[in-house]
Design a protein around this ligand. Structure first.
Ligand SMILES: CC(C)(COP(=O)(O)OP(=O)(O)OC[C@H]1O[C@@H](n2cnc3c(N)ncnc32)[C@H](O)[C@@H]1OP(=O)(O)O)[C@@H](O)C(=O)NCCC(=O)NCCS
Length: 177
């Protein structure tokens, strides 16, 4: 049995990643990733995720500028367990609702401590990418993520109310140095 680690995406995790994606879809995450298409060209998908300049984070593409992000996968014993996306800088959308670091654990692997591990392991990578203090944003009802963010030492900043476009968000600053 090996320790969990954060790695760049790799084809060796194809089966467990696609199985996890099916679980993510069931809870409404990553619906823009089509499983059959990814299976047909997983190598191309991984190559795009591993681009040197970072994979562009581009939600709401028509009205929010994309920013580069480094995508990392938490893996253990050759299996994909979760993702941490580290955005190299903020745009106005990330400043309010997205933050520098997004993390997610495969639903069938939750409540085993991987959520806390993934954020702890993402902190030095964020620092390596030049982020000294990372912004983390979280829904006020997301007790698991709040526990993790606070346990990692983040300082609460404020809570933004929901708008017509976006849900409410608690914002924290996390020292990654
Ligand atoms: C948030 C998330 C990453 C937590 O992953 P996880 O692997 O279950 O987290 P952990 O096992 O490390 O648990 C962390 C803490 O939250 C608690 N917890 C986990 N799930 C919980 C839940 N549903 N309700 C309340 N507390 C919960 C754990 O008991 C643990 O508490 P402790 O610190 O007192 O021991 C996972 O639920 C997830 O991927 N959610 C969807 C994406 C998301 O919300 N990401 C966060 C964006 S900011």
């Amino acid at each position: 049995m090996s320790a969990s680690k954060l790695v760049r995406p790799s084809v060796e995790y194809q089966d467990s990643f696609l199985a996890a994606l099916r679980e993510y879809h069931e809870e409404g995450h990553y619906l823009y990733n089509n499983i059959a298409e990814l299976r047909a060209d997983f190598k191309g998908f991984v190559k795009a995720l591993r681009t040197e300049k970072g994979y562009p984070h581009q939600p709401y593409q028509e009205w929010v500028e994309p920013v580069p992000e480094t995508v990392t996968w938490l893996v253990k014993d050759g299996e994909y367990l979760g993702t941490a996306d580290i955005r190299h800088r903020l745009n106005w959308h990330l400043e309010k609702w997205g933050g520098h670091i997004h993390f997610i654990v495969r639903p069938s692997k939750r409540r085993m401590g991987y959520g806390r591990k993934i954020l702890l392991k993402a902190m030095p990578i964020a620092n390596y990418l030049g982020i000294e203090t990372a912004l983390l944003t979280v829904g006020p009802d997301n007790q698991a993520a709040i526990r993790i963010i606070e346990a990692c030492g983040a300082q609460f900043s404020d809570e933004l109310p929901s708008t017509n476009q976006f849900p409410a968000r608690r914002r924290y600053w996390l020292d990654c140095t």
